[in-house]
Write a protein that binds this ligand. Structure first.
Ligand SMILES: Cc1cc2nc3c(=O)[nH]c(=O)nc-3n(C[C@H](O)[C@H](O)[C@H](O)COP(=O)(O)OP(=O)(O)OC[C@H]3O[C@@H](n4cnc5c(N)ncnc54)[C@H](O)[C@@H]3O)c2cc1C
Length: 245
């Protein structure tokens, strides 16, 4: 019997997809790139920004964003933030390659751009590196994208190992403070650009409030909080209220 059938309930087993961990690459102390592969991957429908719900041991499922998906070669890469305080972080930290797991999805999460935009910006943290890569890869090459990721100083070298250019914003003090300062120093280009905001929910809220105060339209802000420093209930609550577009 497959691992999926052993662990998952009957309903889950029908819709979940089996995957094997084939590559594990420690990009820095807290950033890990993991490749998973599966026989059915060539039948998956995926758009950049979509999430999967991954089994991370003991029946726990957590959301992750494929940074890259290659249906022909049947693999996807995920970038984990090893924050050290939860089952997914622990599970990812223990990976060596060769493990079996399963997931649900891919499913819609962060909007990608459907119409042409002259410029784009992306603000996030360690949890959104994969999302930034997926969205950047999907943009036409003539559309500029400024990507700013707030992270710890000891993790900044991870960004140099990615195929996209990201400006590291070194975290100082409370989560999101330096990212907001960075946003305030930027010149927002003219024209109908778009700004993606993702990562920690309260940081996303501060950035959203700032950009709206600068005259950006709500429709220009593409928002998806990924976690909250105050816990999951806070993220869900903000999503239903102040972060609802
Ligand atoms: C649509 C979506 C896509 C996502 N994609 C990614 C991705 O590609 N890569 C990625 O790394 N994360 C991603 N996340 C975030 C990830 O799902 C959460 O960080 C998740 O809580 C991690 O699970 P856990 O079991 O490690 O911790 P949990 O058991 O969920 O949480 C335990 C505690 O840790 C805290 N915590 C959770 N995440 C963090 C963090 N990053 N830093 C510090 N404290 C934290 C929580 O507030 C809580 O107090 C995504 C989230 C969503 C909603």
């Amino acid at each position: 019997m497959s691992m999926l059938k052993r662990i998952a309930g009957k309903a889950t087993a029908k819709i979940a997809k089996q995957a094997n961990v084939t590559h594990v690459e420690r990009l820095s102390k807290h950033i890990l790139r993991v490749r998973i592969e599966g026989e059915q991957f060539d039948q998956l429908a995926w758009s950049p920004g979509d999430k999967i719900k991954l089994h991370v041991g003991d029946g726990n499922m957590r959301s992750y964003t494929p940074a890259q998906f290659n249906p022909t070669e049947k693999w996807m890469d995920l970038i984990f933030h090893l924050h050290g305080n939860g089952p997914a972080s622990e599970w990812a930290s223990s990976l060596k390659g060769g493990e079996e797991t399963y997931f649900m999805g891919p499913a819609k999460s962060m909007a990608s751009i459907t119409t042409h935009r002259p410029w784009t910006m992306f603000f996030g943290d360690e949890t959104t590196i994969g999302l930034a890569q997926a969205l950047k890869d999907a943009l036409p090459t003539d559309v500029e994208m400024h990507i700013a990721i707030e992270l710890e100083a000891e993790d900044q070298d991870a960004l140099k190992q990615l195929p996209i250019s990201i400006q590291p914003i070194i975290r100082e003090g409370i989560h999101g403070t330096t990212l907001l300062q960075h946003a305030k120093q930027l010149t927002i280009p003219e024209g109908d650009g778009a700004i993606w905001l993702s990562g920690e929910a309260n940081t996303v809220l501060s950035l959203r409030t700032f950009f709206l105060s600068q005259g950006l339209e709500r429709s220009q802000l593409l928002i998806k909080p990924y976690w909250s420093i105050k816990g999951k209930a806070d993220r869900k609550q903000l999503e239903r209220t102040q972060l609802k577009n």
